[in-house]
Ligand binder design. Structure first.
Ligand code: SF4
Length: 213
């Protein structure tokens, strides 16, 4: 069970980011799956620019599965690691057609069998399009969890387990989005905006920067 400090942190963050949500733009589970694969080591804003055009051309799993890899690579090139991402996206959609009747599976066990899909991507899908409670540990959730001592592990999958233990299950998805929003907007990687941080008094991080430190 969470201690009082953690409860207070989560409550303050929930109030500070009531609009916390997913930044990637998508209309279907397949679009979110592809966008999340492209978002590895890339900003969501860059991915949104790329998918704005990409999703006009590729609409179904068949469209992606039939893509020419060299052409697809160039279409997603600006997201970085484009060769691997193209290979994984095409292979992923082929498997969705062959094993899941062209539909993105709605459970963790099946999702993580897809090429390029780890627990983070699977949990993004489960929480945001399949209405399940899930904690997706991206770089922002990982950083904030460490700075606020919500988790200790260096392994994102273990951080997920630690967060699952301290956050009530009915709030896993929402609180994960709230922690991510805090990381994007305030507790940013290089220069956190500690003077405007709602949990500054509860933060013991060495990364804390305040004008009165
Ligand atoms: S005080 Fe600074 S380092 Fe600590 S949580 Fe707030 S923004 Fe992040």
């Amino acid at each position: 069970m969470p201690d009082e400090r953690i409860k207070k942190i989560l409550s303050l963050l929930e109030k500070a980011y009531p609009d916390a949500g997913i930044v990637l733009k998508y209309k279907t589970p397949l679009e979110l799956l592809v966008a999340t694969i492209l978002a590895a080591q890339c900003t969501d804003e860059r991915v949104n620019k790329v998918t704005e055009t990409l999703f006009k051309k590729y609409k179904t799993a068949n469209d992606f599965a039939d893509a020419r890899q060299d052409v697809f690579e160039q279409e997603i090139r600006s997201t970085g690691f484009y060769k691997n991402k193209a290979k994984n996206t095409i292979a992923c959609c082929k498997q969705i057609i062959e094993q899941f009747n062209g539909k993105v599976p709605d459970n963790l066990e099946d999702l993580i069998t897809l090429p390029g899909v780890g627990r983070k991507t699977a949990n993004v899908l489960l929480g945001s399009v399949f209405g399940k409670q899930a904690i997706a540990v991206d770089t922002h959730v990982f950083r904030v969890s460490h700075r606020l001592e919500l988790a200790k592990s260096n392994d994102p999958d273990k951080v997920e387990q630690e967060l699952c233990r301290i956050i009530p299950q009915e709030r896993w998805t929402k609180d994960c989005l709230v922690i991510g929003a805090h990381g994007r907007r305030t507790c940013i990687a290089k220069k956190p905006l500690c003077n405007s941080c709602v949990v500054e008094k509860l933060c013991n991080s060495d990364d804390k920067i305040t004008s009165y430190k």
